[in-house]
Design a protein around this ligand. Structure first.
Ligand SMILES: C[S@@+](CC[C@H](N)C(=O)[O-])C[C@H]1O[C@@H](n2cnc3c(N)ncnc32)[C@H](O)[C@@H]1O
Length: 286
């Protein structure tokens, strides 16, 4: 099992878009686990980077990171948010009518995608946050999201935000942030690096622009990669016996909302697991 001395965790709030499957709630711990167990000399790859929570945390810890996601909208949104101020974020709050107008547009801008993300139910970018009957409350509720519900926590106080932004900007100038939008297999030739992998979950119907994610093929790739790299996979459960649990966040709670017939369902994530493959040195199967 990997170790984590919690006293060494960076103080301050985490950064990251309210993206589905975001690791913002545990990003500070994940980075600290990587630092304490594998040091800071290796190049780090956040291949399924999504809303950037893990990448932002690496940067705030002074480390370089290769931030990749097949979905360019995700990396564009992250970049936009870290390069704007809180007043800009407030302009992203939109009414129900505006939301549906944007949703039906063919060519969406980065701002459009951000508006859909932050104004949607469960951050699914499809359904407006509040039902028609509450439309008159939309502005107050939307302001609440930014001001009180901590959707953009880390950006709450302008000073704090600016400090972080300046730091991130400086880190970018130092070329610590490398952004790509490739399929994970494009990284097959990388050696001697740390891979933090947070793929679409097994048995979860997740599509990227019409494609389903083939988990078994991903595990085969990750297993091969683990022979020449440190490979960490974040998941609730992995059916492939070549991987073992190396750290479990027993207290990592997150609420996922899913809508069925307009009903809100609350889910508690109780066992976020970081799994390291047992390749190369640990070839024994369980
Ligand atoms: C669970 S989310 C990652 C969440 C992220 N760690 C965060 O904190 O926001 C999985 C991501 O994998 C991306 N993805 C799906 N298929 C991919 C592929 N073949 N190659 C690279 N990224 C992929 C999706 O676009 C999605 O953003």
């Amino acid at each position: 099992m990997l170790i984590l001395d919690e006293k060494k965790i960076r103080k301050g709030k985490p950064i990251g878009l309210p993206y589905q499957g975001s690791k913002k709630k545990i990003s500070k711990k994940i980075i600290e686990i990587i630092k304490q167990n594998f040091g800071t000399d290796k190049i780090i790859y956040d291949i399924f980077g999504g809303g950037g929570a893990i990448t932002a945390e690496f940067l705030l810890n002074g480390l370089s990171v290769y931030y990749n996601d097949l979905d360019k909208d995700a990396t564009d949104m992250f970049l936009k948010v870290i390069s704007e101020d809180k007043e800009y974020l407030k302009t992203l709050l939109v009414s129900r009518e505006e939301f549906f107008r944007i949703r039906d547009k063919d060519d969406k801008t980065v701002d459009d995608n951000l508006k859909l993300l932050i104004n949607s139910f469960g951050n699914n970018s499809k359904d407006y946050l509040y039902g028609k009957e509450h439309a008159d409350l939309k502005y107050r509720l939307a302001v609440e999201i930014v001001e009180r519900h901590d959707v953009f926590s880390g950006y709450k106080q302008t000073d704090t935000w600016l400090r972080r932004y300046r730091e991130l900007e400086r880190l970018q100038q130092l070329e610590r942030l490398h952004i790509t939008n490739l399929d994970y297999k494009s990284f097959s030739d990388v050696k001697d690096a740390v891979f933090y992998l947070d793929p679409p979950y097994e048995n979860t119907k997740q599509y990227y622009k019409g494609d389903t994610f083939d988990s078994q093929s991903f595990y085969d790739w990750a297993y091969e990669m683990s022979k020449k790299n440190i490979v960490l996979i974040s998941s609730y459960e992995i059916s492939d016996v070549r991987f073992k649990c190396v750290y479990e966040f027993k207290t990592a709670k997150s609420t996922l909302q899913s809508g069925s017939a307009g009903k809100k369902v609350r889910e508690v994530i109780y066992g976020e697991i970081v799994t390291q493959s047992c390749g190369f040195l640990f070839t024994e199967r369980r």
